[in-house]
Ligand binder design. Sequence first.
Ligand code: ADP
Ligand code: MG
Length: 563
Amino acid sequence: MTQEIGGFAALGLHPNILAALTAVGYEEPSPIQSQAIPVILAGHDMIGQAQTGTGKTAAFALPLLSKIDTAKREPQVLILAPTRELALQVATAFETYSKQMPGLNVVAVYGGAPMGPQLKAIRQGAQVIVATPGRLVDHLRRDEKVLSTIQHLVLDEADEMLKLGFMDDLEVIFEAMPESRQSVLFSATLPHSIRAIAEKHLREPQHIKIAAKTQTVSRIEQAHLMIHADQKTNAVLRLLEVEDFDALIAFVRTKQATLDLASALEAKGYKAAALNGDIAQNQRERVIESLKDGRLDIVVATDVAARGIDVPRITHVFNVDMPYDPESYVHRIGRTGRAGRDGRALLLVTPRERRMLQVIERVTGQKVGEVKLPNAQQVLDARIKKLTNSLAPLVADAEASHGDLLDRLTTDIGCSPRALAAALLKKATNGQALDLATVEREQPLVPGAGGAPRERRERDGERSDRGGERGEFRERRAPVPLTEGRVRCRTALGTRDGIAAKNLLGAILNEGGLAREAIGRIQIRETFSLVELPEDGLDRLLGKLKDTRVAGKALKLRRYRED
Ligand code: ADP
Ligand code: MG
């Protein structure tokens, strides 16, 4: 507990990077990090296979930052990411982890923003380039030397890049880099196409796979809730209203998150405390004692800090942040259901973490059913039930002990017993909302502006991602959400022009030179059609299709603005 960065320090990272990690509050490396960091530091080529949310960014960013020579003001590290969002995320992570490395600069290179400033940042000596392949190729067209000093290459989410049709761009990029470079490839899956790339462009790569061992979970009722990351605190507050818990442990990833959530809970009147690696051993023991004897009901902890907690009162485990692997999920939820009691475990899942949920289900051999965020009516019912439960046991004796007082107060005030009882209720419930209209208006129930619809959008987006346009989602009349990195394009050709999806597909494949996976959903209507295409490199693609004709008519494909 005392040297909480120990896990990272043992990996041989640069001291300045360890200092930055302390500042962001990471306590220990995730499994992919402890395996990949030494391999990358040693300069090997590597293939890393792990799900989303397992901490891959730090797995390559930390060792590569340790290897950069900041005195050299030229590009040394290139990260390729499939979409602009992911590229920006990775660039931000590099900036965070290099806070204590003066002179280190990161540039993000992606389509949809002017090229000039990106090129300028590269020329001014950014050592790290994080790019989407399409835009990077555009830069190479202007200056074939941009990548001539790159010593380390990372393909992040390689499978996604291929799905978006970046195969040819990748080949161009590989050719523009020195052969002596180190190459690292991360992918959730390793289809044949990825293996082929690895075979061609990586040198004796070490293969790292976060294999999930089968785990057993018993007597614990499990459920998950789909939620957008910025709605987590509100979701926890709402769930706590309806969950009937005795003591509860909430798991988050960072120290800061333990503090933030614990204070949000305290502000709502819960007896909650944070537990993380910064907390001294004796204080930590006090927290656990308090949880045992009921002075505390909720502990918000990181995995490291919660190790070994055995408190039979714990009825609930909330996985507020996703665990890194199924094994740690099983450890976490094993904090409840102690001494043969039944426990309940809830898992918050953001859209991009859906796959990890599936892995957990597969490894534990159990379905983790979905729950919805409780609505105002359910919250109100739960509040009234709690009030009923707290008052019911008093009714039998209270009249004997306090009946005379009641008579006197009603006389003194000059009110009915009903009026007095109502006043006492008001006082006892401390301003808590106990009618539907007020509960509906309450802050946590309306998270942010239009919070609930947004959650729904995200969720549907993720599902259509998985190719699911099944009936259950159709019933909502919302427009079909796009996969990240794709945009919808429109042509004025439709069924009345004799167009079918296969004509459109054929034309785009042949003349646009895209891979089949790069093309998303195609919708053919009477007077127009829509097709989903990769955003990156879109202008170039539309350029190629400028003169394309389908069924004898000009295709004239244009980006379609939905709003
Ligand atoms: P992936 O690329 O595998 O999907 P990310 O690298 O985006 O995963 O990491 C997911 C989240 O986990 C990020 O919010 C990141 O800050 C956090 N994270 C990564 N490593 C650690 C760690 N060792 N301790 C705590 N949080 C971490
Ligand atoms: Mg990632």
